[in-house]
Design a protein. Sequence first.
Length: 78
Amino acid sequence: MINQEDAFFGYYPIKPNKVVAQGEAIEIYDLVGKDTVLFHYSVNDNESSTGTQQVQQASMWFNSVWETIARGFDLDGH
């Protein structure tokens, strides 16, 4: 989302991976999106257009995640 006017969407493949976090090797699922095609949607004067609807729905979804399951993370581990 950019300024509530543009949304980009892509299908990021997910692959298992191992990383070291705080000195411990853990298994994660890694989003591998470097070469993913992004679809661009923009708000325009037509409220029923696909672009306007996509941006509105993406914004609603993002806000619902942020307000419910998102949590802060201290990169320094404190």
